[in-house]
Design a protein around this ligand. Structure first.
Ligand SMILES: [Zn+2]
Length: 340
């Protein structure tokens, strides 16, 4: 296993171990827990001293989030417990109330515990707002190892996205239609894929090294985005595919799985080493067949046909999503790319 040779200068403080969640409430004193019901119900008995307030993380407007933040008392620690939504709402509560923040991810399907802004969805549109650095991210192996496997294997999505994002960025910067090329960040993103490839089967096994490496990749990724002031090395046409899917269907699925499908399709359509990403997805056990994900072919079809127009209308970073013309040949390639 090669070391991740960090490119970013710094990163969020993180603690890895077994049983770190046990008695956390006793250690922290007065807490406000921002949670998603599923993981919280499952593990709350281990938290210790009961929180003074429990906030359920849901899709909320900035105004609604601010109203909740105003009700947070002084002198508490905000503890995010759950997946991306819990991390994002906890970050918002910390940002608005100024109270300390500890994040406890219970799954690894998204990088939200290592990014500073909150992804806020309003009317199926994602925007990034706020700024939060947690005092610590606590990765309790025993929690992540007992999570259903798709919540870990989906986690490759926000790293695998570097594969397509790199090609998008290169193409766009060659045309002078982008944030200028940055060799350090671009090289780093290729390295993340190498590390991911090496650790993919460990991620499938939910082993300590698999979970830890995935989290370290996120940590590095999150801080590099912050240093650069953008995430072009990590976000491109595969994410624009995902956002178009959300717009077209009015719903979403697990972010990492949706992004992974985007990487597979775009790689196949742009002849960008599809076999490699397919092999990583398979080794990591990431679900990608539409049937398995409860997606109809019609939904993919409509997403791909709308992707160009939507990406242009939303003014996303110039990418292959902006130039791909989708006809029957492309749809057939996409179908094969997802083993459908
Ligand atoms: Zn993402």
């Amino acid at each position: 296993m090669s070391e991740i040779n960090f490119v970013a200068e710094d990163g969020f403080a993180v603690e890895y171990g077994h049983g770190l969640f046990d008695g956390l409430g006793d250690q922290l004193g007065s807490t406000v827990v921002v949670m998603q019901p599923n993981p919280w119900e499952f593990i709350k008995g281990r938290f210790g001293r009961a929180p003074v307030k429990i906030i359920e993380a849901r899709e909320l407007s900035p105004q609604a989030l601010d109203e909740i933040a105003e009700s947070i008392p002084d002198g508490v620690t905000i503890v995010g417990v759950g997946g991306g939504s819990a991390m994002d709402v906890a970050k918002w509560m910390h940002w608005r109330s100024g109270q300390r923040l500890i994040q406890v991810p219970t799954l690894a399907s998204v990088d939200a515990c290592f990014t500073r802004m909150s992804a806020i969805r309003t009317d199926n549109r994602v925007s990034y707002q706020g700024d939060a650095i947690p005092e610590k991210v606590i990765v309790d192996y025993s929690i992540l190892q007992s999570a259903p496997s798709q919540f870990i294997s989906a986690g490759i999505g926000d790293v695998l996205s570097c594969h397509t994002a790199y090609a998008d960025w290169k193409m766009a910067s060659d045309l002078g239609k982008s944030i200028p090329w940055n060799t350090r960040a671009a090289d780093a993103s290729l390295k993340y894929i190498d590390v991911l490839e090496e650790v993919a089967s460990e991620i499938a096994a939910q082993s300590e090294v698999g979970i830890r490496t995935l989290m370290e990749l996120y940590r590095e990724n999150g801080w590099l985005s912050h240093e650069l002031g953008h995430a072009r090395f990590e976000e491109g046409s595969e994410h624009f595919f995902a956002y178009t899917f959300e717009q077209v269907t009015g719903r979403t699925i697990l972010h990492g799985e949706l992004v992974s499908i985007g990487v597979l399709i775009i790689s196949a359509l742009t002849d960008n080493n599809y076999p490699r990403v397919r092999s990583i997805v398979q080794k990591a056990g990431t679900r990608h067949n539409p049937v398995e994900l409860g997606i109809t072919w019609d939904e993919i079809d409509r997403t791909l046909r709308s992707m160009k127009e939507y990406s242009i209308a939303e003014d996303y970073w110039y990418s292959y999503a902006h130039v791909l013309d989708i006809g029957n040949v492309e749809l057939e390639l996409a179908r094969k790319a997802l083993d459908f």
